[in-house]
Design a protein around this ligand. Structure first.
Ligand code: FE2
Length: 667
């Protein structure tokens, strides 16, 4: 007899264990074992690691897959078993690993492949091929595309968070649903009782007093500095929305600022400074004409401003002109720092409120959450677990379907929280999302290309760029290492039909087959593949962190990021006042609701996994495993460098510190 030692790892999660009777069959290149019942008290309880012997008359050759089933124990009802992995040692001491990481909830036979990655054209074992096809057939049933809204990326078809397949639902449901309720946020911020208030703020410090229960170092800094022009400019580089600012070499026709209107530090002219590359523009044209929300039966106001900024000789980015609407007109004045205190401050408040709405729907929701969902659904539909791309990307899709499903159900739905506090809630949301899609080009998703396209290579104190480029390069090296271990030439990339289906599904369902986005429809070279996969990981990890984590830091002091505004902007200069500002800012109830959601969305999840940490062993070959270690070392180095840099900064920039970046879009 030939004995195989089988070790089964049950996941260490709540309700992961089973009372059921577990059986296994080993399938090798030269035969298979009998279906063998694995007996042992408590052998499959939560966190258990249990070993068994499976005997065969002769060697069954190299192991290809295992078949596992779990039947009910006596009169117990069917339970769910989270199997982490299985390890099999042959009599010749060869070790075979079988990554599983699935809930087994029925009595069916489930097949799992040995961990060595196989592309479809090298998968020659008949039963291996069959199980590959079966897996994808089932996945295509479980993960179907749906249209949430015409004109934006498709999403996963699901009735709601509860109807997601087990493998993507996980233990997450309890924790996140608990966190993701408005009342929890209100309770944590001690704002219960305030959420229905229609009262305006009596004075600016009353806002601080009400929101003092939760603060971060940065939200305190924001409270102290929000009115300062230099800090207003700084946020376009290192706040939660570093994606809009661009170098300005010609003024848009809609923004008629002339030399004599502005006074620049250093006594230079606007035209000269533009030539030198020191003038920058933020243009919120996407918001133009958007139908704004109605909150508590009151019309809200959302502008589409243009902001001109000057990089000064002492490396500050100073706003020099603001126009709040796109069409120049007498009742649409251009505001300057030399205007009265409240004229200028109100102009900046309207810009910050526009930025909140542009950031949440375009930069955050569309460009990270919805996009990461597209990568995930396409992966699950088209790429089997044994494929190297699945092994590489699966950790970067964790919880994304879950969080987006929750967001669709509770946050951005017709009656969702976003309606209660955001100027772009309601019809405006649809229009803004649709308009944003056309700007979601491939190059805009690749940080190197994006920084060049926006002319931001030389801007000073731009930490999003500095850290983001380094992070992209580290991810790129890792992806290139792993993929070039499997793909020896471009021809192999071209003939991998599963890989090609993955990108085609992304093109069709994520970018709605728009060739103008520059998104590839197929991969012809290794270089194309490596760049795209790098972008997918960067978007799901670093980019999401850059635009998500600082939401409470920069929005925790409400006047710095008003979610909506209650009055229109001034149409003439010299008509504003402190009282008008207080009537314009969101009232107490609206501010409390907005704050509660921002607080919850900025919280690190309880089972946060930082970028590059892979608790699930999907790879087994030595080279990819070593590449993971190199990846982790590079990330650690970057983290140390960012921490050292931050020590000397007045406002530390932590959002792209790999230690703070989550592997996937999970909140
Ligand atoms: Fe997020």
């Amino acid at each position: 007899m030939v004995n195989y030692k089988v070790t089964i790892y049950t996941g260490n999660l709540a309700t992961a264990g089973t009372f059921g009777n577990v059986s296994i069959k080993l399938v090798g290149t030269h035969g298979e074992s009998k279906r063998t019942r694995l007996k042992g008290a408590f052998a499959f309880f939560r966190g258990a690691v249990s070993s068994f012997t499976v005997s065969c008359p002769v060697s069954i050759g190299k192991l290809v897959l295992i078949e596992i089933d779990k039947s009910r124990f006596l009169l117990f009802s069917e339970d769910s078993w989270f199997t982490a992995k299985v390890e099999v040692k042959s009599p010749k001491f060869d070790t075979y690993n079988f990554p599983i990481y699935h809930w087994i909830t029925d009595s069916e036979v489930h097949r799992f492949r040995e961990a060595t990655a196989l592309r479809i054209f090298e998968d020659n074992h008949p039963l291996g091929r069959y199980s590959r096809e079966q897996e994808l057939e089932q996945r295509k049933e479980d993960y179907r595309w749906d249209v949430y809204l015409e004109g934006i990326p498709n999403c996963m078809k699901a009735e709601g968070p509860h109807s997601l397949p087990n493998e993507v639902r996980f233990s997450f449901t309890k924790t996140t649903e608990f966190l993701f309720t408005l009342s929890t946020g209100l309770a944590e911020l001690k704002l219960k009782g305030l959420s229905d208030s229609k009262e305006n703020w009596p004075d600016i410090e009353a806002i601080h007093h009400v929101f003092w229960h939760k603060r971060t170092d940065i939200s305190e800094y924001v409270h102290d500095h929000w009115k300062e022009d230099a800090f207003f400019g700084y946020q376009f580089l290192n706040g939660v929305n570093p994606m809009l600012i661009q170098r300005c070499s010609t003024l848009p026709k809609t923004f008629p600022v002339s030399d004599d209107m502005v006074s620049l530090s250093g006594q230079c002219s606007l035209a000269d400074e533009m030539k030198r590359g020191n003038i920058f523009l933020c243009d919120y044209k996407r918001l133009d004409g958007l139908k704004s929300n109605i909150i508590n039966e009151k019309k809200q106001y959302l502008m589409a401003p243009l902001v001109l900024l000057h990089q000064t000789p002492d490396d500050k980015l100073m706003p020099i002109a603001i126009q709040l609407k796109q069409t120049p007109a007498d009742d649409n004045p251009i505001f300057f720092p030399t205007d009265s205190e409240y004229d200028w401050l109100m102009a900046k408040i309207f810009v910050r409120s526009a930025d909140f709405n542009e950031h949440q729907l375009n930069v955050h929701l569309l460009r990270t959450h919805l996009l990461a969902e597209v990568f995930a659904v396409s992966l699950l539909r088209n790429v089997p677990m044994v494929h190297p791309l699945y092994k590489l990307l699966a950790p970067h899709t964790r919880y994304t379907l879950q969080i987006n499903s929750l967001a669709r159900a509770l946050l951005i739905s017709e009656g969702g929280f976003f309606m209660k506090f955001a100027a772009s809630g309601g019809k405006g949301k649809r229009t803004l999302l649709k308009r944003s899609l056309s700007s979601m080009t491939y190059s805009s998703l690749c940080i190197h290309d994006n920084i060049v396209a926006r002319g931001l290579e030389d801007v000073h104190n731009f930490y999003y760029r500095d850290d983001g480029l380094k992070l992209w390069d580290i991810i790129y090296r890792f992806v290139q290492g792993v993929l070039s271990f499997y793909y020896k030439n471009d021809a192999e990339v071209q003939k991998d039909s599963e890989l090609q289906k993955w990108i085609l599904d992304i093109f069709e369902h994520g970018f709605l087959s728009k060739e103008s986005t520059g998104i590839p429809q197929s991969f012809t070279t290794m270089a194309e593949l490596v760049k795209f996969v790098t972008m997918a990981i960067f978007t799901s990890s670093g980019q999401h962190s850059a635009v998500n984590t600082g939401q409470f830091d920069y929005g925790g002091w409400m006047p710095n990021a008003p979610t909506t505004l209650q009055l229109p902007p001034p149409t003439r200069k010299g008509t504003t006042s402190k009282a008008m500002m207080l009537q314009t800012l969101p009232n107490k109830g609206t501010a409390a609701n907005g704050m509660a959601v921002m607080w919850l969305l900025s919280k690190q999840s309880s089972d946060f996994v930082p970028l590059g940490q892979y608790p699930q062993d999907h790879f087994s070959e030595k080279i990819p495993c070593n590449l993971i270690k190199d990846f982790q070392a590079s990330l650690q180095e970057l983290s140390a460098a960012i921490k050292a840099r931050n020590k000397n900064l007045e406002v530390p920039y932590t959002y792209l510190d790999p230690r703070e970046v989550e592997n996937s879009v999970a909140i």
